[in-house]
Design a protein around this ligand. Structure first.
Ligand code: URA
Length: 294
């Protein structure tokens, strides 16, 4: 995909601010109730970038350079295309008309990974990232887990869910009678958010295009959304975990179940029984009997 002049210009500005040591442009809460409000918020954020830069480097020249861009309607167009409001994965891209055959899936995933390259499409590229965490597991998996975003261990290793939360996820997968290499594991964003904060809508919106393609290639029967962030972006709804658990949703031809994020189970182990109920529903749906005994 060829980046438009406006996108290239904005990327150049992002790099410019990164070089000034200003990384985190999108920290403010985003208004979720309607595209107009979200776009207005984005405009405010863009103006804030000027102010942040002024504080950071006390350079009025920055304002002179940026002001025309901030005022330009083109910025709103970019904001619109990044869609700050969560959009269900079904509505992000047309459903594929051609099925990727099992033997072609590994190569197809590699093509997506190569397209991501040394990505600088969103601010997470400039937040101290070491590795882009693409995904892990079987390209032909019947079951996919989707988490939020890499943490420090994942950023260091380039693999999803390898830290403490990953060990718990491995145990959960084992309790279902599966091995980690039987399933596919990915995240809503592929780069570690600074200080493990929740990904901003603009970051999730930018990265989702690649997770959509991973799902379309792997074609899992079931996706388990781990935690509220995964559920929000996969389903395109911002609702409490409690209201989403216990239901089945449909996303890109897969059935989606929502459960607790393993990191939240580490913080509050009392919820492990509830998470196990969610996984048992998945096992029934997949005809899994759990680990062989004796
Ligand atoms: N938490 C996530 O959401 N994903 C990871 O890969 C690791 C921790």
């Amino acid at each position: 995909m060829q980046a438009s002049d406006t996108e290239q210009q904005i990327r150049a500005y992002l790099e410019y601010f990164r070089d000034l040591g200003v990384h985190d442009f999108y920290r403010r809460d985003v208004v979720w109730d309607g595209p107009d409000a979200a776009l207005a918020e984005m405009r405010v954020e863009a103006v804030d970038v000027v102010e942040v830069a002024e504080v950071a480097v006390a350079a009025p020249v920055v304002r002179a350079e940026l002001e025309p861009m901030v005022a330009a309607p083109a910025l709103v167009v970019v904001a619109e295309s990044l869609s700050l409001k969560p959009v269900s994965f079904d509505n992000l891209a047309p459903l594929p008309t051609v099925r990727v055959e099992p033997e072609a899936r590994e190569a197809a995933l590699r093509v997506v990974q190569e397209e991501i390259g040394d990505c600088t499409r969103c601010p997470l590229a400039y937040g101290g990232r070491h590795a882009i965490v693409f995904g892990d597991g079987s390209p032909g998996a019947r079951l996919m887990f989707v988490g939020e975003g890499p943490g420090a261990d994942e950023d260091a290793s380039g693999l999803p869910f390898v830290g403490k939360a990953g060990q718990l996820l491995n145990n959960m997968i084992g309790a279902m009678g599966l091995r980690r290499e039987d399933v596919y594991i990915a995240n809503i964003v592929k780069c570690r958010p600074p200080a493990n904060r929740v990904p901003e809508p603009v970051e999730a919106g930018t990265c989702s295009q690649f997770l959509v393609r991973q799902i379309d290639i792997v074609q899992p029967e079931i996706i388990v959304a781990l935690g509220a962030t995964a559920a929000t972006y996969l389903l395109g709804v911002k609702q409490s975990l409690a209201s989403l658990r216990g239901l089945w949703f449909g996303v890109r031809g897969a059935k989606v179940a929502v459960t607790y994020h393993p990191a939240s189970l580490l913080r509050d182990p009392r919820q492990k029984g509830e998470a196990w109920k969610d996984l048992q529903r998945v096992m029934v749906e997949m005809g899994l009997k759990g680990p062989a005994r004796g």
